[in-house]
Design a binder for this molecule. Structure first.
Ligand code: PRP
Ligand code: ADE
Length: 178
């Protein structure tokens, strides 16, 4: 199957002024309602990473779980969940971060990763990069390294993918909205 940027883009719905005035929210629910589009998205990531050398997949709460768990399953890798504050039951490490429309705390179980681990970090979308940069800081605090940051959508005007790359993190997205 060949990746079709036009049909994937047409299944990402722009919702103006959600959740705040001035934000154009990129809604992925239509994409996930299309089995063909979801398969295209998942297969594109699998094709990119099937030969890559990394030890873990990490997925961001909550929309990042949708795609991250499919990739971990298909590539037979351990899946690490990065969650918003107060959701993980055991000892956590935490990093605060800002997104396009809010401020939050990202947590991960402190025993999730070890020195030498190499982690592919997944989210649905990169806006300011706040979420994936916080995840990268947590990965590094456990002595592990980020193999790549990956997302379905990049919003390059918000600068996140550039910030990730400036922090030494290779970054990949399937599509972008200028
Ligand atoms: C959204 C999105 C990414 C993040 C991207 O998550 O799913 O995780 O924002 O923005 P950033 O690049 O500026 O960090 P949100 O915090 O809305 O949570 P949700 O996945 O639970 O809807
Ligand atoms: N997360 C941060 N900014 C977003 C946007 N514009 N659309 C969807 N999710 C987002």
């Amino acid at each position: 199957m060949i990746f079709d940027d036009f049909s994937i883009k047409s299944l990402i719905r722009p919702v103006p002024d959600f959740p705040k005035p001035g934000v154009v929210f990129r809604d992925i629910t239509p994409l996930f309602q299309s089995p063909r589009a979801l398969r295209l998205v998942a297969d594109s990531f699998i094709q990119r990473y099937v030969e890559s050398d990394f030890s873990h997949v990490a997925a961001m709460d909550a929309r990042g779980f949708l795609i991250g768990s499919i990739i971990a399953y298909e590539l037979n890798k351990p899946l690490i969940l990065f969650r918003k504050q107060g959701k993980l039951p055991a000892d956590v490490l935490a990093e605060s971060y800002q997104t396009e429309y809010g401020e939050a705390l990202l947590e991960v179980h402190a025993d999730s990763l070890c020195e030498g681990d190499s982690v592919l970090i997944f989210d649905d979308l990169i806006a300011t990069g706040g979420t994936l940069l916080a995840a990268a800081r947590l990965v590094r605090r456990m002595g592990a390294r980020v193999h790549e940051a990956a997302a379905i959508i990049d919003l390059p005007e918000l600068g996140g993918s550039q910030k990730l790359q400036d922090s030494g993190i290779p970054t990949f997205s399937l599509t972008a909205f200028a």
